[in-house]
Design a protein around this ligand. Structure first.
Ligand SMILES: CC(C)(COP(=O)(O)OP(=O)(O)OC[C@H]1O[C@@H](n2cnc3c(N)ncnc32)[C@H](O)[C@@H]1OP(=O)(O)O)[C@@H](O)C(=O)NCCC(=O)NCCS
Length: 157
């Protein structure tokens, strides 16, 4: 397995993986959202964010077959307490058939090295509370949870 920087040629893979992961981790009150609508919103978000300076994605691939195994989307993000720019993992996903073989860990280590090389002093990510498997991996890699994001829909009564 090796890791390389993603290019425009990987766009279809990137969007496919982003869509699947978003659907996998949708909070309960979004469960009714239509796939087409979700896809359109994701494309908009990605266009906005990926154009920002420092955003990059990495592709894990099989050295022998060239087959893509997973991706990690990296970018800077402002820490609103310190005001510092910190490294942020916007998404890390490994294709289901390649999970549990160390690819996710390698992608995160790669992002950590990239962050160090670019002078970042911390790296963070957000993970859904129900995603206990991913949390186990992050904790094993010394990530600590600091905040829980909370949200409620404001329906008109
Ligand atoms: C989370 C994820 C990226 C981990 O990648 P991976 O290559 O399977 O991880 P590794 O092989 O390096 O490490 C294995 C650990 O990952 C975690 N893990 C989470 N989901 C897993 C799954 N479906 N299969 C295997 N391991 C999983 C476990 O902690 C596991 O450790 P354990 O075997 O001691 O329980 C991957 O499971 C995935 O793509 N999940 C779906 C998308 C997702 O939830 N992304 C995170 C968004 S914040």
């Amino acid at each position: 397995m090796a890791i390389r920087v993603g290019t425009d040629d990987d766009a279809d893979f990137f969007f496919h993986v982003e869509e699947e992961t978003t659907i996998e981790s949708l909070p309960p009150d979004f469960h009714g959202i239509a796939r087409e609508e979700l896809r359109a919103r994701l494309l908009e978000t990605h266009e906005i964010l990926l154009d920002e300076e420092g955003h990059i994605f990495f592709i894990a691939f099989d050295l022998h077959t060239n087959q893509k195994m997973g991706l990690l989307w990296f970018g800077p993000r402002r820490n609103h307490i310190t005001g510092d720019q910190e490294a942020w993992i916007y998404n890390v996903t490994v294709l289901p058939e390649h999970r549990g073989c160390g690819v996710g860990q390698k992608l995160i280590e790669h992002a950590e090295n990239h962050a160090r090389e670019h002078g970042f002093r911390a790296i963070g990510l957000a993970v859904a509370t129900h995603n206990t498997g991913a949390q186990r991996l992050y904790e094993r890699m010394s990530f600590k949870s600091h905040n829980v994001l909370m949200r409620k829909p404001l329906d008109s009564e």
